[in-house]
Ligand binder design. Structure first.
Ligand SMILES: Cc1cc2nc3c(=O)[nH]c(=O)nc-3n(C[C@H](O)[C@H](O)[C@H](O)COP(=O)(O)OP(=O)(O)OC[C@H]3O[C@@H](n4cnc5c(N)ncnc54)[C@H](O)[C@@H]3O)c2cc1C
Ligand code: FES
Ligand code: FES
Length: 472
């Protein structure tokens, strides 16, 4: 397919396979080897490039998705013979050893500093949490980013690689020309494409799908990118609640004041999902459709009573999330349908909302077990209702109605939670896998429940009511 985009300030037009990964296109066809391939699965950040000014992973991006975009690689960052201030700061502050991670680190920092010229240390650490460095250590890198506002000017002595890029290139040495990639801009175009290509698979952020494509788990006959369909975007609030487009990214959810105000349990979950790069491209719709037992948004959506809005040329239907999820990787989506939005009802008054996930490491961890909770507590400290959903301890989100009703009407105290914990052990039947044993998962699931009284004060700083004696 023909792809035209701006690369390092130069308009180029390519003939290439649309399903060729951007990292391959840049490195192999355009000889821009600054973007490195480390993991190839979104976990190391070495392949970072700037797309329309935002840092993105080129190993999780298709050539077709570059169309019409402004792309900057590390080779195009320096201008007029002078290093970019971030590059100069890395050099001046000893933030480079072997250099493998450096292009990705630098471009991620450029994105951060464009939006927040004076970030705090924690902000810098969070921004590069998806970029791994195996040799320099992070201290010098963080310092270099903090000091990037005042770097010494440095002459650029190498020839700018971009000058060598021809403006028209024919590529496609790998990729599969027999698997077309489409980028429709309306639902009407999408319905036509789905009808013409029954073996096609839709792609939103691609953070799951492109990993499956790479490891051979799927082999669709065509790919249809949803990212430019306006109808799948947007977060809107009404008297009934909030409607979130399926194509809304995790980053947009986190930045939304509406989500933070009404559904903190969802915001807390999204904050733990992947890395900044994964949250920038991964979508809420993709997380739901993956239907993984470890998908972080599913327990919050369950306790918030969310529904999915499914659309096909025949019309729209809505299903509760709990009914929609049928098992690992399985949903009630019908052929020809797509998920267009998620609807979440307004919470019933002021509720205590909390999400916690336990993984094998702090950043970018898949859940060993997670818990989402929504509780209403009266002014006298009595639980009016409790909704609890565990992730990663069953084939899909696990709700235990027995525990929810046992908590209702009881005081919000440690003793109340201790009394119901044995039920968790009896009712959960998680699996053993490479991440954790069933017994460990059961223990973590119970401990997450026991933590609720301890975290309540920090989640409800304005709680005006009274806890019963012996309460939290
Ligand atoms: C390094 C890394 C770390 C990750 N960490 C986490 C984590 O901590 N927690 C977590 O929950 N997930 C994690 N993920 C998984 C992934 O990022 C999320 O599940 C993400 O939300 C998927 O969204 P997407 O838009 O990228 O989906 P895609 O990859 O584009 O699609 C996923 C599936 O959904 C289908 N689909 C997408 N949108 C629609 C739609 N609107 N209608 C119908 N079908 C649709 C696709 O056909 C595909 O089958 C991680 C992934 C990576 C690579
Ligand atoms: S190569 Fe590791 S994130 Fe892309
Ligand atoms: S400098 Fe070697 S991996 Fe970071």
């Amino acid at each position: 397919m023909k792809i035209a985009f701006e690369l390092n300030g130069k308009d180029i037009c390519l003939e290439t396979a649309g399903d060729r990964r951007a990292v391959d296109l840049l490195r192999e066809d355009l000889n821009l080897t600054g973007a490195k391939e480390g993991c190839g699965t979104g976990e190391c950040g070495a392949c970072t490039i700037l797309v329309d000014g935002r840092s993105q992973l080129s190993c999780l991006m298709l050539a077709a998705q570059l169309s019409g975009r402004k792309v900057v690689t590390i080779e195009g960052l320096a201008t007029a013979g002078t290093l970019h201030p971030v590059q100069a700061s890395f050099a001046a502050n000893g933030a480079v050893q072997c250099g493998f991670c450096t292009p990705g680190m630098v471009l991620t920092a450029v994105d951060l500093l464009e939006r927040h010229p004076h970030p705090g240390r924690q902000e810098v650490i969070a921004a590069i949490s998806g970029n791994l460095c195996r040799c320099t250590g992070y201290k010098k890198i963080v310092e270099a980013i903090e000091r990037a506002g005042q770097p010494p000017a440095m002459e650029l002595s190498i020839q700018r690689e971009i000058d060598r890029i021809p403006s028209a290139v024919s590529t496609g040495s790998t990729g599969s020309p027999e698997r077309p990639v489409f980028v429709p801009e309306s639902l009407g175009d999408l319905w036509r494409l789905l009808s013409d290509h029954p073996g096609a698979q839709v792609l939103a952020g691609g953070t799951d799908l492109l990993v499956w494509l790479r490891n051979g788990r799927i082999n669709p006959s065509a790919l249809i990118c949803l990212e430019r369909i306006e109808a799948l975007q947007g977060i809107s609030e009404s008297d009934d609640g909030v409607r979130i487009g399926a194509g809304v990214t995790h980053e947009t959810l986190l930045e939304s004041p509406v989500i933070g105000r009404l559904f903190p349990v969802l915001a807390q979950a999204v904050k733990t999902l992947g890395s900044p790069h994964i949250r920038r491209t991964g979508t809420l719709g993709g997380n739901i459709m993956t239907a993984s037992p470890a998908a972080d948004t599913l327990p919050p959506l369950s306790v918030l009573g969310a529904s999915v809005e499914l659309q096909s040329p025949q019309g729209i239907r809505c299903l509760p999330v709990d009914t929609f999820l049928a098992g690992p990787g399985r949903t009630a989506l019908l052929p020809g349908e797509i998920l267009v939005a998620v609807r979440i009802p307004r919470p019933a008054g002021i509720t205590f909302q909390y999400f916690e996930k336990v993984g094998l490491r702090e950043a970018m961890a898949c859940a060993v077990a997670s818990l989402a909770a929504v509780l209403k507590v009266s002014d006298s400290g009595i639980i009016e209702f409790a909704r609890l959903a565990w992730g990663s301890v069953g084939p899909t989100v696990v709700r235990l109605p027995e525990i929810e009703s046992a908590l209702a009407g009881r005081p919000f105290t440690r003793e109340t939670f201790q009394a119901v914990v044995p039920l968790v052990g009896r009712r959960l039947s998680p699996i053993n896998d490479v991440r954790a044993s069933a017994a460990y998962r059961r223990l973590v699931a119970a401990n997450l429940l026991l933590r609720l009284p301890a975290v309540f004060p920090s989640c409800m700083p304005g709680f005006a009511g009274q806890f019963p004696e012996g309460g939290t």
